[in-house]
Design a protein around this ligand. Structure first.
Ligand SMILES: [Fe+2]
Length: 440
């Protein structure tokens, strides 16, 4: 309609504009960082037009002397960088094929701005590590943005080394569009600088299938199936493990994968726990073992099965921290062991390894022996309010919990040597819970 009103000489001039210029390729998703190991990293991005996949990188902004690429022309770019130096900052730019002579000079290949990432340190030795944990973030609403901004301010001088999403990452259905709006357009800076390790939630499962490894969740994430980031190969992206310094992370699929005691996920978990020699074990999955928030762990199948079947194995394997979401509240337990029944069966004498708040400035930090000692105690945390808290009253009477809050917020872990400091930060930037686990 507007074109029809243009003078004919302008229309003629527009017709001469080279197609390549009018259809200049742009990055429309990412870049984002996946499957980081001390010596390798996967960088992904999406372009509006099909293009080649190149990552130029190097140790200084003006020295992107290394090139990694993937074969073919695509809009979904997945490039693995290998041969990296552990614990080292790299600068990078993503884009199409390297500059080539061009007749009119207009058809420049795509080059993104220059970003930076730092490779994980060597596996084994301790290194001060910060982890940002988001449960149920992807609401696209004001609470999600407030939680993000509160963390950004909190971590301005010490950003995270890695971040976890505990499932229901993009509402309502975990579709490609939902992820675009609720994840990629909300956290672009974090996505391109810090490796993200996600878990599958029930809303992600509306559009994804763990058995066939298909659907948007499985299409957009590159997760270790062969044990390439540490741990025993799981053979699936639905559940996996990875190491970072002296920490072993275990991600389980509490939604779609079979949760029986003799299922494949359980067999893998037992093997993986038996094999790790890291000092700390952090497990994360979507459905909480204990909650009385917007969900009830006495009544819902996934939650009961994670508590009855998986928690005993995790505790026997020496797990230190269990992070979950699904319930849009914050609930944090005492240092616990052996509580696998319903809420009314909780027995403080039998199930609390150490009472109190776990705080150095309170009743004292939680203490555990060094190494992976079976049934030495774990703290269970429901941190499922990174997208919103409950808008209705919730019971919050889970007896295993030291504190229960109906507040939006996210969780920050600071693990340094034999000490783990935990913070729950609400959407106003207030530290609403904290505790420490120390090993000796
Ligand atoms: Fe959920």
């Amino acid at each position: 309609m507007i074109l029809a009103r243009l003078p004919s000489f302008l229309l003629a001039a527009l017709a001469l504009v080279p197609a390549a210029l009018s259809a200049a390729t742009a990055v429309v998703r990412g870049p984002y960082l996946q499957s980081a190991t001390p010596t390798s990293l996967v960088i992904r991005w999406r372009t509006d037009n099909a293009d080649a996949s190149y990552v130029r990188h190097g140790l200084a902004k003006d020295q992107l002397t290394l090139t990694a690429k993937a074969e073919g022309i695509t809009t979904e770019h997945v490039v693995q960088l290998n041969g990296l130096t552990p614990g080292t900052q790299y600068f990078y730019s993503v884009g199409g094929a390297p500059e080539k002579p061009n007749a009119d000079g207009d058809d420049k290949p795509l080059k993104s701005p220059i970003y930076a990432f730092t490779t994980p340190p060597p596996v084994g030795p301790a290194k001060a590590t910060r982890v940002w944990v988001l449960g149920d973030p992807g609401t696209k609403n004001a609470a999600q943005l407030a939680v993000r901004d509160a963390y950004t301010k909190f971590a301005a001088n010490r950003p995270a080394d890695l971040w976890l999403m505990l499932g229901d990452n993009a509402y309502p259905d975990g579709t490609d569009y939902d992820y675009q709006k609720a994840v990629f357009e909300i956290y672009p800076e974090t996505l391109r600088t810090i490796p993200l390790w996600p878990a599958l939630g029930n809303h992600d499962g509306h559009s994804a299938n763990s058995d066939t490894q298909s659907g948007p969740y499985y299409d957009m994430f590159t997760l270790p199936t062969r044990g390439q980031a540490g741990g025993v190969p799981s053979g699936t992206e639905a559940y996996y493990a990875f190491d970072y310094a002296n920490i072993h992370f275990i991600c389980l699929d509490s939604h779609h994968t079979e949760r029986t005691p003799d299922g494949a996920m359980m067999q893998w978990l037992k093997a993986d726990l038996a094999a790790t020699t890291r000092e700390w074990i952090v497990a994360f999955f979507h459905h909480p073992t204990y909650t009385k928030g917007t969900h009830d762990s006495d009544r819902e199948r996934q939650l009961i099965e994670m508590r009855q079947n998986f928690l005993p194995v995790l505790e026997a394997g020496g797990v230190d921290l269990v992070l979950t979401g699904h319930s849009h509240v914050y609930e944090r337990s005492f240092l616990l062991d052996g509580h696998y029944g319903q809420n009314e069966t909780f027995d403080a004498t039998a199930h609390v390894k150490q009472p109190g708040d776990g705080r150095a400035d309170g009743t004292g930090v939680y203490r555990k022996p060094r190494g992976r000692v079976a049934h030495a105690g774990e703290v269970s945390v429901v941190t499922g309010s990174a997208g919103h808290a409950s808008n209705k009253p919730v019971p919050l009477n889970q007896r295993a919990m030291w504190i229960s809050l109906n507040e939006a917020g996210s969780t920050i872990l600071d693990i340094d040597g034999l000490k783990l400091d935990f913070t729950f930060l609400n959407e106003k930037g207030e530290k609403r819970d904290w505790f420490t686990i120390e090993k000796q």
